[in-house]
Structures are given as C-alpha cells and as structure tokens.
Design a protein around this ligand. Structure first.
Ligand code: NAD
Ligand code: UDP
Length: 318
C-alpha cells in the first residue's frame, strides 16, 4: 500500500512510519518539523519506499500518484508544545485536517484521524467510554488542543456522511516510549530525564491526579489494526492500568535507581483529575489489547533515554 503519514517525523508518526515500512508499505511522511524532527526518521531515509516531504499541512498539499491511506498525525500533542503554539495547533486540527481529508477524498483513500482522550476533557464519567461527550472548557488554555481535536472529529464524521470518505477516528490515550523529546514537558520524559540527571522530580499539585499510560508499540499495533479494518470508531486506544502521577514519578525514580527528591509544583489550569480508557470496543472490533505492562515499558523507555542523553552511563552509575 502507498500511505501518507502526516506528522510522520514526530514521536508516534516516526514509530508508525517504521512499522509500515517493516511490513512492506510505501510511506510518504509529511511534516513541517514544528515539534518533530528529521532526526526521528533519519534511520528510514535510506529505505527506498520511504519519502520525507517537508510540508505544512495547513498550506498547499499535493501528493502525486495513488494513495491508499492517509494517517493524520500532524499536531503538537504535549501541553507544553500546544500552549507554545496555540494558533498552529488550532490550525492543524482544523485546516490541516480539512486538507488531509481532502487528500483522502481525492485519492479515495482510507483516512485515520489521530484524536485524543483530551476530547473527554476533565471527565465526569470514569472510565471513559466512546459514548461520553466530554467536559471541556472551550475558553480554557487546553481548549486549543481539545477543541481542535473535537472539531477534527466532527469534520471527519462529516466527510464520511457527506462524501462517503472511508474514515476512522482513534482516541489515543497517553502514550510513551523511545523517541519522546526529553524536554517535551510530558510527565514520562520529564520524570525520566530528571531522575537520570539526579534532579528533583517535578510533580504537579499533590500528584493524586491519574493517567493511564500505554507503551508506544501497543498504541501502534492498535492504529495499524484500525487502519486495516473497516471500523469507523471512534475507538479508545490506551492501557487501562491507571495510576496517580505521584506513583508514576516514584516508579520511575525506583526503576532508574535515582535518589532524586520529589518537588511539588503548581498544577496547570484545567489539568484533568482522572483519565482511564474503557477499551471494550477496541477488543471487540480490532481484537486489540495492550500487551506491555508499565514496568516493562518504562524500563525500555528509561534505557533509551539513558543511551540518548548519557550514552547509557547514568543508570550504570546511579
Ligand atoms: P509530536 O509533537 O511528537 O508529533 C507531531 C508531529 O506533527 C510533529 O512531527 C510536528 O512537526 C508535526 N506537525 C505539527 N503541525 C504540523 C503541520 N501544520 N504540518 C505538518 N506537520 C505538522 O506528537 P505525538 O505525540 O507524536 O502525537 C502525534 C499525534 O497523535 C497528534 O495528532 C496527537 O494529537 C496524537 N496523540 C498523541 C498522544 C500521545 O500520547 N503521544 C495521545 C493522544 C493523541
Ligand atoms: N505532570 C507533572 N510533572 C511534569 C509534567 C506533567 O506532574 O513535569 C503532570 C501533569 O500536570 C498531568 C500529568 O502529569 O497531571 C500528565 O501530564 P502530561 O503532560 O504527560 O499529559 P496530559 O496532561 O496531556 O495527559
């Protein structure tokens, strides 16, 4: 298959491009490097079925030849990034999604939207099922991301009903793993970097807010299963093992062997208090369940960060 991956030079996009190439697909990776980097896919550049195109999906987009799938992953994703790039985030979620859907329509390709658990906002239902409409502050700081994705879901649904475009919506929950940026501000890379550097681990609030973290290989398995199916979704993709952020910080500290203290810092406005996916639909329609538990996944991620930041020395000496 010939597959366009928007945001393909980002964290999830780069893993996706690699897996698609491994199974024999041709991949056109489209990225403007706002929060991603060509470095993330540099190891793929020598492989002939891979093409990296520097392009802002909110501008003019043209892809020559047939396309079988458009996997739309372009968008800042960490709160630190989307608060730095509020307008860019709204534009890529709206205009960028319009262009990615237009490409899928023109090429009669299947379209998969990388949506997010953030469409549920600060949820009043727990765990979150796909039928839950969410609790989002439309003028709060996180709205630039949440509302952009909610609009993207609505647009995707309209292309399906009005144009008959073959679409799918993946609601991805917090995913972590190798190739996250050490300074992207998300909890897992931040705690790992701080622990490996012997710095205090910065937990927001009292750390009782929860998240459910999914290892990247599991998330990519689910995305591929959804892409290959004819299921429209929306479907939750995440690991339902829920934990408090303080527990996450302490677990990472233990796994690195670090003695860093925990420092409590101000919790961001509208930071969701709880988050956990109900993955019944993913099991039923995609035959998918996460396989990698958080201890295994965190160990793999710590090893990667240690090699990336310190050539593997920090853990050996900590
Ligand atoms: P990321 O920031 O690492 O990757 C996003 C990529 O999109 C980057 O390479 C960036 O340069 C690119 N991009 C941004 N604006 C663009 C534009 N206008 N044109 C072309 N490229 C553009 O983030 P990620 O964690 O890999 O997330 C990828 C997608 O998955 C996002 O759509 C995000 O909303 C979604 N998602 C991720 C998670 C997660 O936990 N990682 C959870 C839910 C949803
Ligand atoms: N968080 C934290 N310390 C950090 C970064 C994040 O305690 O250095 C908290 C953050 O306030 C939130 C949780 O960890 O409660 C998850 O944050 P992340 O940015 O990883 O994901 P999201 O909030 O988008 O789910």
């Amino acid at each position: 298959m010939r597959i366009v991956v928007t945001g393909g030079a980002g964290f999830l996009g780069a893993h996706l491009c690699e897996r698609l190439l491994d199974r024999g697909d041709t991949v056109i990776c489209v990225d403007n490097f706002l929060t991603g980097s060509p470095r993330n896919v540099s190891h793929l550049l020598g492989r002939p079925p891979f093409r990296l195109v520097e392009c802002d999906i909110t501008g003019f987009v043209h892809v020559a030849g047939d396309v079988d799938m458009v996997l739309h992953f372009a968008s800042a994703a960490s709160p630190f990034d989307y608060l730095r790039y509020p307008i860019e985030t709204l534009k890529v979620g709206s205009i960028g999604t319009l262009h990615a859907l237009g490409l899928a329509k023109e090429k009669e390709a299947r379209f998969v939207l990388a949506s997010t658990s953030e469409v549920y906002g600060d949820p009043m239902e727990h765990p979150q099922r796909e039928t839950y409409w969410g609790n989002v502050n439309p003028v709060g700081p996180r709205s630039v991301y949440d509302e952009a994705k909610r609009f993207a879901e609505s647009l995707t649904t309209a292309y399906r009903t009005a144009h008959g475009t073959d679409t799918a919506i993946a609601r991805i929950f917090n995913t972590y793993g190798p190739r996250m940026r050490p300074y992207d501000g998300r909890a897992v890379p931040t705690f790992i970097r701080q622990a490996l550097n012997g710095e205090p681990l910065t937990v927001t609030g009292d750390g009782t807010q929860t998240r459910s973290i999914c290892y990247v290989d599991d998330t990519i398995d689910a995305i591929l299963a959804l892409a290959d199916s004819d299921y429209a979704g929306p479907v939750n993709i995440g690991n339902p093992t829920e934990m408090s952020i303080l527990h996450l910080a302490e677990t990472i500290r233990d796994l690195t062997g670090s003695t860093s203290p925990i420092h409590y810092i101000t919790r961001p406005e509208d930071d969701p208090a709880i988050r956990c996916p109900d993955i019944t639909l993913a099991g039923k329609h995609l035959g998918w369940h996460p396989r990698i538990d958080h201890l295994d996944g965190l160990r793999r991620t710590i090893d990667w960060f240690d090699a990336y930041l310190h050539g593997g020395r920090a853990r050996a000496t900590s």
